[in-house]
Design a protein around this ligand. Sequence first.
Ligand SMILES: Nc1ncnc2c1ncn2[C@@H]1O[C@H](COP(=O)(O)OP(=O)(O)OP(=O)(O)O)[C@@H](O)[C@H]1O
Ligand SMILES: Nc1ncnc2c1ncn2[C@@H]1O[C@H](COP(=O)(O)OP(=O)(O)OP(=O)(O)O)[C@@H](O)[C@H]1O
Ligand SMILES: [Mg+2]
Ligand SMILES: [Mg+2]
Lengths: 225, 225
Amino acid sequence: MRILIHTQKGGVGKTTTTLNLAAALLRQGQARHVLMADLDPQQHLTAMVVTDPAQGESAQALPVRGEPGLFLAKARPDAPDAGFPDFPSDPDAWVFLDTAPGWSPAIARAAQEADLVLCPLEPDFLGLSGVGRLLQRLEDLGTGRDRLRFLLTRYSARLALHREVRQRLQAQFGDMLLPVEIRNSVRLAEAPGMGMTIFAHAPASTGCDDHRTLASALSGTHRHK
Amino acid sequence: MRILIHTQKGGVGKTTTTLNLAAALLRQGQARHVLMADLDPQQHLTAMVVTDPAQGESAQALPVRGEPGLFLAKARPDAPDAGFPDFPSDPDAWVFLDTAPGWSPAIARAAQEADLVLCPLEPDFLGLSGVGRLLQRLEDLGTGRDRLRFLLTRYSARLALHREVRQRLQAQFGDMLLPVEIRNSVRLAEAPGMGMTIFAHAPASTGCDDHRTLASALSGTHRHK
Ligand SMILES: Nc1ncnc2c1ncn2[C@@H]1O[C@H](COP(=O)(O)OP(=O)(O)OP(=O)(O)O)[C@@H](O)[C@H]1O
Ligand SMILES: Nc1ncnc2c1ncn2[C@@H]1O[C@H](COP(=O)(O)OP(=O)(O)OP(=O)(O)O)[C@@H](O)[C@H]1O
Ligand SMILES: [Mg+2]
Ligand SMILES: [Mg+2]
C-alpha cells in the first residue's frame, strides 16, 4: 500500500501524520512493515526519528528505534525523482512518502504511482488554499479523486471556524474527507523533540486515539483492494 | 525599510505576519506606505488580500481595500529573482517580501538586499528545525546576524513547551529574539477568509495588540538607522 502524504500548504501536519500513522498501523497489527521515505529537502522526518542500525539494517532502510517494523529509507539524493522505494523482504509492506509543500516532478511522479494521496488540511482559509490547485494537478496526472483523501489536522472542535470548515468540506467532498480529525494536542508537538512517536511519548493522549482511528479508517477501506 | 519575511519551515505564520505587521505600522503612523510583494509561488498573500484598483493603481502596485497606504506589488512572473520592488512615489516606504518555505535564488538575493530578515518561528521542535540551516545560509551570503530577528508565533503561554522553547531561544539568541510573541488566536486564522487584516476583522483581539507591539519593536530599532 503506497501512500503519498502531500499538501500544497506548509505546516499542516504532513510529517506528523507520516510518522504517527505508520506507528499506529504497526501497533494495531494492520501492517507488519512500514517503510517511510523523506522526500522533503528540509528532511524534517529524518530529523525527528532516531534510527537504530544495530537492529539490522538493509542497504536501503534503517529501523526506527522503539517502533518494531518501522523503517526509514536511506536518502537517495542522487535520485530525487525515484518515486516509491521498495521494501524487498516484504511485498505487503506499506510505503509512505513525506513531502515538502509546493509541487515538484518527484511529487508528480509519486502521485501517479500512489495507491492513495493523503492530504492533511488545517481547518481554515489559509490551510485550505491550494486544495483546488492540488485537485487540478491530480486530474492532469490522471490520478482519480477516488485515490485522494483529505484529513483535518490541528483540529479544535470548540472553534466555530473549525466546525464550519469541516461541514463545508463534508458537503463539498463527501467520502473524500476521512471520518476522523487529528485533534490539536501539544503532545503531538512535544514528541518530535524526544525522538519519539506519539505512542511512545504520550500513550494516553488524544493524538494516539486519533492516529489509531485514522489507521483503522485507511486499512479498512483498502483491505479489500 | 526592506524586510524579508522568511523561515525554512512551513506554516509558521510568514504570510499572516506580512499582512498584519504592515497594517499595524500604517495604523500607528510608523509608516506612510507599505508595499508587500508575494514571492511565494503558492501566492497565499495574494489570495487573502482584496485589492481595489479603483483607488488609483500604479503600473507596479495595487491598493489593498480597507488599509490606506497598503499596496500589493503586481506579480512579476517574468522576473522571479527581481528582489525587492521599488515604490517610486515614496522612497521611505517599507517594503515587505513574503516567501515560501525552503530556499531559492530569489530568497538568497532578497536576503542580501534586506535591511532585516524577520523569521517567524513556531515554538516547538519541528517549528525550530531549519533555524541552524538558515543561520548558515545567511552567514554564507554575508548577511550579518544583526540583520536577523526571530519572532515567536502561534504562541500559547499556558503550554510548558512554548515557555521552555522561548527561554531556550532567549538564552541562545538574546536580542535576536524579538521581545514580543504573536499569541495563538483563532481571529488571526479567521481574518484571511474575510479578506481582511486582523484590525478590520477583530479590532479588540490579542492579534491586534501583538502586531502593534511588533510594529513598535521594529520601528523603534530602526527609526534611527
Ligand atoms: N495535531 C496537532 N496538534 C498540535 N500540534 C501539531 C499537530 N500536528 C502538527 N503539529 C505541529 O504543527 C507544526 C506543523 O506540523 P508538521 O511539521 O508535521 O507539518 P508539515 O505539513 O509537515 O510542515 P512542512 O510543510 O514544513 O513540511 C509542527 O510544529 C507540529 O509539531
Ligand atoms: N497567531 C496565530 N494564531 C492562530 N492561527 C494562526 C496564527 N498565525 C498563523 N495562523 C494560522 O496558521 C496557519 C499558518 O499561517 P501562515 O499561512 O501565515 O504561515 P506561512 O508560514 O505563511 O505558511 P506557508 O509556509 O505555507 O507559506 C494558517 O492557517 C494561519 O491562519
Ligand atoms: Mg513536513
Ligand atoms: Mg505563507
